[in-house]
Ligand binder design. Structure first.
Ligand code: SF4
Ligand code: SF4
Length: 449
């Protein structure tokens, strides 16, 4: 394997806590009812095209994308639409969703549900991008940005590298690691599909060295099978946020994405592991995005697990299957501890972006006593974007958005490294996120004038 690489600026080393990394993926039983939220991507919620009483099959389109940065939504089960109503989702707000009562498990005609590996990529690059769009594939690392948009290379630009973000640098999460170990061929064909879609000669899988079993397995396959020529496995140092888009590009290519620009400026397209697997299934098996692997974990959880879960499965069922909600749970998180968001109900439906359900115990979730900034500069050293978090925090609190913009708040990737490292326990990321949202609004309204 290649020598280990990393990004040079900032980063932190939180406890890894990969409690479920040895737990094979378990196909979770189909629930009696799924609740499929219409808003499952970064952009506008999809528009329902079914109504109460309609019969649906697995993989059937039930809501269509509304706008450029929006994604189609498909039924993850077969059965009858019970209602279209609001549900308290992972954001803690009531949002529209399609409730489907499950009857059997009948898939839409034309979807290949077999385990046969399909290596021949017969679709043209335009057809691949269109299939990925139609089948509702979004960034499954949590960002939920529609993947087809990433694969539309602007005129005058060239994709040299497809970089697969297999860092899985968030503590606790192991869903990507398990997919790589258990479905390496499907995953690697997915990489070839993306390379064809964007016409890139090279594919690089960037993987942290704490996932050595997966890295070795992938390396053996790409070196022993000519079909995978052009793909290499790049071990990366275990350092958070190694999986940040800009960080992984820097680690692998040494190139820097300029402030306010997209990865394609550096000739790179970055896709997450689970999305790559979903792309394989969409393009080679004609299967829309109807399930994903979800890590259900926590130090007090009896059976930390990785479940292959139909989209819309209520989280409480997964929690039960992992041994139930531990009594000392102080914080329930959708995602990992660094970038995930706290959830107020256990019944929220899992969505495409649900990579993990984390139950942090009282000891780990205990709020730490906040004191005044001691100007130690540790937050600056930890910031992978070279920002001044103590300053951005102060400016955001003062609602001084002219200055937050001047100090590049829009470059913040919301990784939380500054907050993690702050000895005064100042909730830096919260204020900076607020400042970024407000500054972004001001910039957008200025650009519209
Ligand atoms: S949250 Fe933003 S400011 Fe803080 S370390 Fe990450 S990128 Fe830097
Ligand atoms: S790490 Fe905390 S205490 Fe140190 S300079 Fe930054 S905000 Fe201040």
């Amino acid at each position: 394997m290649n020598p280990i690489k990393t990004f040079p600026k900032g980063g932190v080393h939180p406890e890894e806590n990969k409690l479920s990394s040895d737990q094979p993926i378990i196909t979770f039983e189909i629930p009696k009812q799924v609740i499929i939220p219409l808003g499952q991507c970064l952009g506008a919620p999809a528009e329902p095209i079914v109504a109460k009483g309609d019969k649906v099959k697995v993989g059937q389109l039930i809501a269509t994308a509304k706008g450029f940065i929006s994604a189609n939504v498909h039924s993850s089960v077969s059965g009858t639409v019970n209602k279209i109503d609001e549900v308290m989702d992972h954001t803690g707000y009531r949002k529209p969703a399609i409730f489907i009562d499950v009857e059997g498990d009948e898939w839409l005609e034309g979807i290949d549900t077999s385990d046969t590996l399909v290596k021949d990529i017969t679709l043209t690059k335009e057809e691949i991008v269109e299939r990925i769009k139609q089948h509702g594939i979004v960034g499954l690392g949590g960002a939920t940005f529609p993947t087809y948009v990433k694969l539309m290379i602007p005129q005058g630009k060239k994709a040299e590298y497809v970089i697969i973000n297999a860092a899985e640098c968030e503590p606790y999460l192991t869903c990507d690691n398990r997919l790589l170990i258990e479905k390496p061929y499907e995953f690697l064909v997915g990489v070839k599909v993306i390379m064809k879609a964007v016409d890139a000669p090279k594919g690089v899988v960037g993987i942290e060295v704490n996932k050595i079993e997966a890295a070795k397995k992938l390396d053996e396959i790409v070196k022993s099978d000519k079909y995978f020529e052009g793909i290499e496995i790049q071990p990366l140092k275990t350092k958070y946020p190694q999986g940040g888009e800009k960080q992984i590009i820097k680690s692998i290519t040494g190139r820097e994405v300029p402030s306010g620009k997209l990865p394609i400026e550096t000739g790179c397209v970055v896709v997450n592991v689970a999305s790559t697997f979903a792309i394989y299934e969409a393009v080679q098996k004609n299967k829309p995005l109807v399930y994903r692997v979800v890590t259900v974990t926590g130090k007090s959880v009896k059976k930390p697990s990785n479940f292959l879960t139909r989209i819309g499965t209520p989280a409480n069922l997964l929690i039960e299957a992992a041994g139930g909600l531990p009594e000392d749970t102080a914080n329930l998180i959708n995602g990992g501890p660094m970038m995930g968001k706290s959830v107020s109900v256990t019944t929220f439906p899992t969505i495409k972006g649900t990579s993990g359900i984390l139950m942090l115990n009282e000891k780990d979730a205990q709020p730490r006593k906040v004191s005044n900034c001691i100007r130690c500069g540790k937050c600056m050293q930890a910031c992978p974007m070279g920002l001044e978090p103590y300053l951005l925090n102060r400016l955001a609190r003062q609602n001084n958005f002219e200055e937050t913009e001047k100090h590049n708040i829009m470059d913040c990737i919301e990784c939380g490294s500054c907050e993690f490292t702050c000895p005064a326990n100042i909730p830096l990321a919260d204020y900076i996120r607020y400042g970024k949202t407000r500054t972004g609004q001001i910039i957008r309204s200025r650009n519209q004038k």
